[in-house]
Ligand binder design. Structure first.
Ligand code: COA
Length: 382
């Protein structure tokens, strides 16, 4: 039997042609294209098309995809009514997981070998997930969700639906670049979860719902919320070193640092930092950015030798805050982007499916005999 590797670290669990990470040199590519090029020149919908169908679209293919997504942005009033019953203080990731799963009730056909069904499911999920995130945002404030606007791009429309204002074009472009940076990242926990679920040949809504649940944890997508909380706790630049000393001494993790795949600074963090600076130049400085930069510098000497550097979550929260996005929507926004990657993996998994069924090393008891309840001492078996 092969050696047990906790967390399957370094164990290949699939073959994939979607995304490649060179963690030593900090290089990330989607279908062979460096993520920097995509963040600078592509759009989130074009990148989604690339990830799912494997090639950049022609102008006509992209126009058709954008049109289909635009046509499917609205969600049924029955889903909106269901969301009105969710507790207003519930986490938006839980609301998203429930509402994503509910799509399966409305579109439950399981013809997984029908390319048209695959295409429709892709379009519906890419189109409706942002609308559901925005709907819960307004519903929990006691308002009715606002309808998507057909004259706005994918990203501008999402910002409009949550802030109720048409965003500045530069803000919408930066948000779109953030979605590109979060769209895919090989076999991370939520994508693995999506592939395991996909391998049972269940419907794509269940695939996305299981991945949303996995993304919600603080060691995965939830870290970007925690980064801002940590920066707020530190409060000012002069308190950075003391905070870091204490965290290292107490073996606490610095949120937004470290990555299983990278031994250098996450290339997405490099781009997000540039985007943050662009935003601050235009819309005003956030002094927490100075705290973050000082923490990065101080952490380099303390943690750099172990290969622990800022990851994608370190600067994304600062960008989202400047865009006026509430903190607990950061992870749902990660999900909006990552749906593209999950669906690419869903489609790839269906193309060469074998149900996931790893083995285990049993470490429990053996040879026990069941006893009638009145003859048992506490917790004991014979
Ligand atoms: N701050 C301080 N030390 C860290 C650290 C961090 N953020 N991340 C890892 N380390 C240290 C661990 O304490 C451990 O040290 P040790 O060997 O001396 O005990 C070593 O690095 C390996 O850590 P481990 O948790 O085993 O690495 P991993 O590959 O399993 O974990 C993460 C990867 C992302 C889960 C981990 O880095 C982490 O929890 N980061 C903070 C949360 C976060 O930002 N998540 C978003 C990921 S995109």
């Amino acid at each position: 039997m092969p050696a047990f590797r906790p967390g399957l670290e370094g164990v290949p669990a699939t073959q994939s042609a979607i995304c490649d990470i060179d963690g030593r040199n900090g290089v990330l590519t989607y279908r062979g294209y460096p993520v920097e090029q995509l963040a600078n020149h592509s759009s989130f919908l074009e990148t989604t098309y690339l990830l799912i169908w494997g090639e950049l679209p022609t102008g006509e293919q992209l126009r058709r995809f954008e049109y289909e997504v635009q046509m499917h942005r609205r969600v049924s009033f029955r889903i909106r009514d269901m969301m009105k019953c969710f507790p207003a203080d519930g986490h938006p990731m839980d609301a998203l997981q429930s509402s994503a799963a509910s799509l399966g009730l409305f579109y439950s056909r399981r013809a997984l070998d029908d390319p048209q069904y695959i295409e429709e499911a892709v379009v519906r999920l890419i189109a409706k997930i942002p609308t559901m995130v925005a709907a819960f945002q307004l519903i929990r404030k006691g308002q009715d969700p606002i309808q998507p606007r057909d004259d706005l791009s994918y990203s501008a429309n999402f910002l409009y639906m949550i802030t109720e204002r048409v965003p500045d074009p530069m803000a919408a472009r930066i948000f779109d670049a953030c979605l590109i940076l979060h769209a895919e990242h090989s076999l991370n926990a939520s994508t693995f979860s999506a592939r395991v679920t996909a391998s049972t040949l269940t419907d794509p809504y269940a695939v996305v719902a299981s991945a949303v649940g996995t993304l919600a944890g603080p060691l995965h997508g939830g870290a970007n919320e925690d980064v801002l909380t940590m920066l707020d706790q530190i409060g000012s630049e002069d308190r950075v070193e003391a905070y870091l000393e204490r965290a290292v001494a107490e073996k606490q993790k610095i949120m937004g640092f470290g990555h299983r795949e990278y031994r250098v600074k996450d290339p997405r963090a490099v781009i997000l930092q540039e985007l943050a600076e662009e935003l601050f130049d235009r819309f005003g400085h956030d002094h927490m950015y100075d705290v973050a930069r000082r923490l990065e510098k101080a952490a380099e000497s303390r943690l750099g030798a172990k290969g622990i550097y800022p990851n994608v979550d370190f600067y994304s929260g600062l960008v989202y805050r400047k865009l006026g996005i509430p903190r607990d929507l950061f992870t749902p926004i990660f999900a909006i982007a990552r749906v593209a990657g999950w669906l690419a993996h869903w489609k790839e998994q269906l193309g060469a499916n074998r149900i996931y069924r790893p083995t285990q090393i049993y470490t429990g008891a053996s040879g026990k005999t069941w006893l009638p309840i009145d003859t048992r001492s506490s917790g004991a078996g014979a």
